[in-house]
Design a protein around this ligand. Sequence first.
Ligand code: AMP
Ligand code: MG
Length: 297
Amino acid sequence: MAKGSKKKDAKKKDAKKNGKVEAVVRSPEAYPDYRVAPGERIMLPAIDANQSEGYERKRDVLDELEEQRLRIQDLQGKLYAENKHGLLIVLQAMDTGGKDGAIKHVFSGVNPQGCRISSFKAPNPEEANHDFLWRYHKSAPAVGRIGIFNRSHYEDVLVVRVKNLVPEEVWRPRYELINNFEWNLTQNNISVIKFYLHISKDEQKRRLESRLADPNKRWKFSTNDLKERAYWEDYQRAFEDAIYATSTEYAPWYVIPANKKWYRNLAIARAIADTLEAIDPQFPPAEKGLEKITIPD
Ligand code: AMP
Ligand code: MG
């Protein structure tokens, strides 16, 4: 792409103002989508968390990221107006994996009215007294909306399994229950896509160190993250099994290389924009006879 062309920049600003989306530089076939096929068993240690398609630095991808964001904004406006389809986006990762950063960078500019982020921590006593899907189902998006799960029902086969919070005969059947839950959503016009942000153990060390070193990031540091880090391999195995059991045609997993934050954002934005485009939302037709209307003074 021509760098620094003033004309192009002006055109882009114009397109943004008018809510129009410029033609995307590359078609979806031209980039890796990191989607896990149904029945495919991935091995996380074999997946390079550093890969970035040969892009070397953040500024190499900023233009495309902005275009993908504009696509998302445009399609979200239509999804909202049409009010027929919704989208649930699930974000999962190891601690420091970048869920919050991805939300901030991919969804900046999306109309907050049509979008809701739900973050899930350990269940409170009321939640713990219900079936494990109860709190997630309550937060699932309606048609017209995008719902983002920052952690999700998958914690109930991840932390719950790794930390032995319930016995295997309780968590094992949950894969099927999760598939049924997601099938139910898709049957009700709520599409489901799931992202695992894949960082390496070294990268987590660097990120934890930088949280310790930077006074503005120290609030994010939790000694609990260190305890969890000791279970790294167990978590990786739990992720591999969960992704294997639940990457379906109707609710696919994407394993996103996430050591480079800027590449992670781009890869997620592409997958979301492509998913919204496949939903193909349309503005509803205007009332008939509007052309005859004049607004009285
Ligand atoms: P954070 O996202 O860093 O605020 O941490 C949230 C914590 O809640 C993590 O340590 C998760 O493992 C924990 N958590 C989330 N969902 C569950 C769950 N269903 N059961 C137990 N712990 C959970
Ligand atoms: Mg944390």
